[in-house]
Ligand binder design. Structure first.
Ligand SMILES: [Fe+2]
Ligand SMILES: [Fe+2]
Length: 253
């Protein structure tokens, strides 16, 4: 199963041509496409039209989550309509399955949220506003848990996030902003329920590889991968919970 993944495309009218070309280049190279948020520059439906147009060129399943940039204009319902109209399955604290390459793929999609990591963790204490932020991340984590439980039968289980669930893939980012780049509480349900592959974006200056125990985690922000899409190959017979199941290869130029 070839999974093409990218995050932080930040599409706009300005980048339309480049984005459309990037997706066109993917034809025949992937069995499924996963987009890990920040699809648009500032969440305007016109920017989502660019992604929708690019996705319409492909005839493989496409799953996506939104990122913080997609929320900026507070028009996420319109975004969902535009992107959904192009056949993209937008996942917001939910899961979906499909059959690709003779395997059943299950994808749990959630934006994730902030909260930090040991040394930078936001506590569940004090002002209601701050506790609300903590609660929002908790709700994301709960959705990841129930999503993974719902796709437990799938041959390949992927968690698609925007925010980082581990600190490994933030390497390169200033530690002072780790709190805003992700939260280790997102990793807990993944460690508890298992997954074959975890993808996220958001940390443009972060690094590519990390892990939740033996579960591989990749930051697929295009700024990190240095390419339009990174293609992961998962062999159905070899797929199991744990490491060394994900082969990474560079897509053709
Ligand atoms: Fe981004
Ligand atoms: Fe982001």
């Amino acid at each position: 199963m070839r999974i093409a993944a990218a995050a932080d495309i930040h599409a706009s009218e300005v980048s339309a041509e480049r984005v459309v070309r990037a997706f066109a280049d993917l034809r025949g190279e992937a069995d499924v496409v996963l987009l890990a948020g920040d699809l648009t520059t500032s969440g305007e439906p016109e920017q989502a039209e660019v992604i929708a147009g690019a996705c319409r060129q492909l005839d493989v399943p496409i799953f996506a989550v939104l990122g913080n940039h997609d929320h900026h204009a507070e028009r996420t319902e319109e975004l969902a309509e535009v992107i959904g109209g192009a056949g993209v399955r937008l996942l917001d604290r939910e899961c979906a399955t499909c059959h690709v390459a003779e395997l059943e793929l299950g994808v749990v999609g959630a934006k994730g949220f902030v909260g930090g990591f040991p040394g930078s963790a936001l506590p569940d204490f004090g002002e209601p506003l701050l506790r609300g932020v903590y609660a929002e991340t908790s709700a994301e984590a709960e959705a990841i848990a129930s999503g993974l439980q719902a796709i437990v039968h799938c041959d390949v289980r992927v968690v698609l996030l925007h925010y980082a669930p581990v600190v490994d893939t933030l390497e390169g980012e200033p530690p002072g902003i780790h709190t805003y780049l992700g939260c280790d509480r997102l990793a807990t349900p993944i460690a508890e329920n298992g997954a074959d592959l975890v993808l996220h974006g958001h940390a443009h200056a972060g690094s590519f590889e990390g892990g939740i125990g033996e579960i591989p985690v990749y930051n697929v922000a295009v700024h990190v991968t240095g390419r339009n899409f990174w293609i992961f190959e998962l062999d159905g017979s070899g797929v199991r919970r744990g490491g060394e199941v994900v082969e990474v290869r560079e897509p053709p130029a």
